[in-house]
Design a binder for this molecule. Structure first.
Ligand SMILES: Cc1cc2nc3c(=O)[nH]c(=O)nc-3n(C[C@H](O)[C@H](O)[C@H](O)COP(=O)(O)O)c2cc1C
Length: 570
């Protein structure tokens, strides 16, 4: 892989971002039509590995969704194959199959742009009963682990109460459909996967944290994704993150291992398996994605030392009418494709038919926003340890207790004056009266923001027809200046936020949808950022509303296709 100077990397990643913006008159470059004949295989597998079948959850967990947000509420479970299986099932495992006429496709606990699932995952285990020491690739369709590498037994690599999960992305999966913008979607999906893993770890009383010091070279070596002969002409995977999973509070096991040593063990380990080819032909290649990959490569750094501030405890009681098992909620998460636009309008008018159905109140909104703030030991924001850099622009359509309009929620209020300098000078900056003191939520302008939300989200009606929609706005230029690889981190942070919104929406009988298609500079123009001002950039959209279900689709259980057997060698 060619290497670039920091200046070249920065120019290249900024150029990638500019070139992959959607504009009102022109979308970012992508294929002319979909090449269905070469649609990528939905699952990566490695032929020639020992496969370890994982047990499935027999019933919903006793742990409630609300328990996940309370420090020390869930007793830490043992590090066993059963519990690793639970973590994988509830994060990256299948949640259902959908069928329409002849077509059948699977859904997973983690969402993905276009349901293309570029994210691959690996367990690096030692001292875990039932899982041999080495690197194992997770196949969600089969709920099994493929042993890619066996480490020698000479050296202890990990402390007793922890293991690692490595994530990588197959950029081709997204590029097949979305062309040049695909690199962004892979990063957003990785963010959703990080949060999914953190939530699933929390169901076991475990922690999960992105190792911010790791270099891409270390991750590639440990996951074996740099091994040319094992991939041959199969689509390559690119390093995302390494997560440390600890069964006990992280103070007890941090700093007790070295990724460098694990990378050495991987180099001298015994490797198995040949990656499958996902598409026999690629009609289009998108070289700009390879350029962005190179420009955002990360080298080894110190671990981030940012500490979350002490905040008031989360409100666990506001306006909520049911307690959900965490596993049920995680598995039922779906993206809405259409919202009932009349629901909230009718409620507001006191229409009898809808008045007893779900409402969306200011208190619900405040709790949702509160969950996006970083607190120690509260998932999923505690999975990353850098200073929050993504803020929420809200298009408020129907929130009981506050006026409709455009709002801004600052996840780090030090940035308020910078926003005030760069955004429209006539914005109001008014805090809603009912809003708790520690939540920096400001109304910028009141009014009906529905059509603006729809238009800016590539004319998608779901951004207009719900209770509210979001633009996730990054502190952009200042974060990249010295560290071009932070480009990827910003999208991960946005994806993690998206996952919070998905689960919170489900918990109040609403539904969310991530929106990767939006007109970048249209959003910037709305808030007053001029075209060449890159202080802030919008990186993701999200919407929440009352979903309409498509009754033409059949829903089938996720793992009915699996038969019982334990250890199989191909
Ligand atoms: C990063 C990202 C971007 C997405 N963009 C859109 C979008 O622009 N429009 C849309 O309708 N759905 C969008 N989705 C929703 C996906 O289509 C959905 O997650 C996928 O089909 C899987 O379905 P599920 O979320 O119900 O599991 C997006 C999801 C993600 C994670």
């Amino acid at each position: 892989m060619k290497s670039l100077s920091k200046k070249q990397s920065l120019q290249s990643i900024l150029a990638y971002h500019q070139k992959t913006k959607h504009h009102f008159q022109r979308y970012a470059s992508g294929p002319d039509g979909l090449d269905w004949k070469h649609q990528p295989e939905a699952f990566r597998t490695f032929k020639g590995c020992t496969k370890l079948k994982l047990p499935l959850l027999k019933q919903a967990t006793d742990v409630l969704y609300n328990d996940l947000y309370q420090d020390n509420k869930i007793s830490p479970q043992a590090l066993s194959i059963k519990n690793i299986a639970q973590l994988l099932e509830l994060s990256l495992g299948l949640s259902a199959w959908k069928q329409y006429e002849e077509n059948r496709w699977s859904l997973r606990c983690n969402p993905s742009s276009g349901n293309l699932h570029p994210t691959e995952s690996y367990i690096i285990a030692e001292n875990c009963e039932g899982v041999s020491k080495g690197v194992h690739h997770y196949v969600s369709r089969d709920h099994n682990l493929e042993q890619r590498c066996q480490f020698s037994n000479d050296e202890a690599l990990l402390p007793n109460n922890c293991f690692l999960i490595g994530l990588s992305s197959i950029h081709w999966r997204e590029a097949w459909k979305y062309g040049e913008r695909a690199f962004r979607y892979c990063q957003l999906d990785a963010g959703h996967a990080i949060a999914s893993i953190r939530y699933a770890a929390a169901t076991l009383g475990w922690q999960a944290q992105v190792l911010t010091s790791a270099s891409d070279a270390q991750i590639e070596t440990i996951l074996g994704i740099n091994r040319d002969p094992d991939f041959n002409s199969a689509e390559r995977e690119h390093s995302d993150v390494m997560l440390l999973i600890t069964t006990h509070p992280k103070e007890q096991s941090n700093d007790l291992f070295s990724l460098k040593n694990i990378a050495e063990a991987a180099k001298s380990g015994q490797w198995f398996g040949q990656a499958n080819i996902l598409s026999s032909q690629h009609l289009d290649e998108w070289p700009i994605i390879a350029d962005a990959t190179v420009a955002s490569v990360k080298s080894e750094t110190d671990e981030s030392s940012w500490q979350a501030p002490i905040l008031p405890k989360l409100n666990m009681t506001s306006d909520r009418n049911s307690a959900h098992a965490a596993s049920t909620l995680i598995k039922q998460r779906r993206s809405a494709q259409e919202f009932d636009s009349s629901h909230f309008t009718n409620r507001n008018l006191g229409n009898e038919k809808t008045v007893n159905e779900p409402s969306f109140t200011d208190k619900m909104l405040y709790r949702m926003l509160d969950l996006t703030l970083s607190r120690q030991n509260i998932p999923p924001m505690d999975s990353i340890s850098w200073k929050p850099a993504i803020h929420l622009l809200l298009f408020v359509h129907h929130v009981e207790g506050i006026e409709s309009g455009l709002y801004l929620f600052l996840r780090n209020d030090e940035v308020k004056s910078t926003f005030q300098t760069h955004l429209k000078q006539d914005f109001e900056w008014l805090k809603p009266i009912s809003c708790p003191a520690h939540l920096p939520l400001f109304r910028l302008v009141s009014g009906d923001a529905r059509e603006a939300a729809k238009t800016l989200s590539c004319h998608q009606e779901i951004a207009r027809d719900g209770v509210l929609s979001f633009g996730l706005v990054a502190e952009y230029e200042s974060n990249l200046a010295d560290k071009p690889w932070v480009y990827r981190q910003l999208f991960w942070e946005a994806g993690i936020l998206g996952q919070i919104l998905y689960l919170e929406a489900e918990s109040i009988h609403l539904r969310g949808t991530g929106i990767g298609c939006y007109f970048d500079d249209g959003v910037h123009e709305l808030i007053g950022l001029v075209e060449d001002d890159h202080t802030f950039q919008s990186l993701y959209h999200f919407t929440i509303g009352k979903a309409l279900t498509d009754n033409r689709l059949q829903t089938l259980p996720p793992y009915a296709h699996l038969q019982r057997s334990n250890l199989v060698r191909e």
